[in-house]
Design a binder for this molecule. Structure first.
Ligand SMILES: [Zn+2]
Length: 149
């Protein structure tokens, strides 16, 4: 990605944002195998806020180690998280940066949140980031960096 690594863990997992509300990704768009649901702790950078750890159930292909996030669902959960604490943040640009080790994330939840610097020890940036594109010929993953705004 051409910039310094985020987090102190080795890069892990690939990430795909699914912007299509009518596509459920019950099959992996890369390998065609059935996906399953798995909960991840995602590290998200949000403009005017900073880093946020969000527990989110995602579609996952264990063969490709690919995490698929439904954009509409993610944005609804973000909006819900911020509705009470910082409504002005809703609708700002955001970027999903990587995953946080579940154990560290859960400890953060019970202990009123670890400071971001401490949390970064447990963060693994994604190896690859894709956006699901639609073409008349079918679905395919496009190699892309995280969206900037
Ligand atoms: Zn796959």
């Amino acid at each position: 990605m051409g910039r310094g690594r985020i987090g102190e863990q080795s890069p892990r997992y690939s990430y795909m944002l699914n912007p299509h509300s009518d596509v459920r990704l019950s099959k992996c768009p890369k390998c065609g195998k059935l996906t399953h649901l798995r909960k991840f702790a995602l590290l998200i950078h949000i403009e005017a806020w900073g880093l946020l750890a969000l527990g989110k159930t995602c579609r996952y292909c264990s063969r490709c180690e690919l995490i698929m996030v439904h954009q509409g669902e993610l944005e609804a959960e973000l909006a819900q998280s911020f509705r009470r604490i910082a409504p002005e943040v809703i609708g700002k640009a955001y970027m999903v940066l990587g995953t946080i080790e579940k154990k560290a994330w859960q400890e953060g939840l019970s202990g009123r949140g670890q400071p971001p610097a401490k949390m970064l020890k447990h963060v693994a940036q994604f190896k690859k980031v894709y956006t699901l594109e639609y073409e008349p010929g079918g679905w395919y993953p496009a190699d892309q960096g995280p969206r900037k705004s």
